[in-house]
Write a new protein. Structure first.
Length: 128
């Protein structure tokens, strides 16, 4: 599969967003700012990968995927991070990620988790 979305800027261009305009997180404690900006960027990227389509949670036949990370410690982020696999589940509700971070194929989830690993690090991990 040829992935057209290789950067946040590509995703913004696909969705009609200005990549230079990011959420104003100045009112938040500094330790939470990077997380919020990463969440925003990943929502834009996921929307572009999904071609602006949101998951339909009323449709049990529609599979929904998200990257699943294996946590591995390092010096900068002692809580660690590593991409391990994709996950799919519809038999009961879990709150791992919101709808805006779900994609429709395992391949897209794998791509998101590897191509945008740094953003997922910023989303899931705190800096020391």
């Amino acid at each position: 599969m040829d992935h057209k979305i290789k950067t946040f800027e590509d995703a913004c261009n696909a969705g009609g967003y200005d990549p230079t305009i990011l959420p104003d997180v100045s009112m938040l404690p500094e330790k939470f700012r990077k997380h919020q900006v990463a969440q925003y960027k990943l929502m834009i990227i996921t929307e572009a990968i999904n071609e602006k389509r949101l998951p339909n949670w009323n449709d049990r036949s529609e599979w929904k995927y998200f990257p699943w990370m294996q946590v591995e410690a390092d010096e900068q982020r002692p809580s660690g991070f590593g991409f391990s696999r994709t996950a799919y589940d519809y038999t009961y509700t879990r709150t791992y990620v919101g709808s805006r971070l779900c994609v429709f194929t395992a391949e897209h989830a794998l791509y998101l988790g590897t191509q945008f690993a740094d953003l997922y690090k910023d989303l899931f991990l705190a800096d020391n």
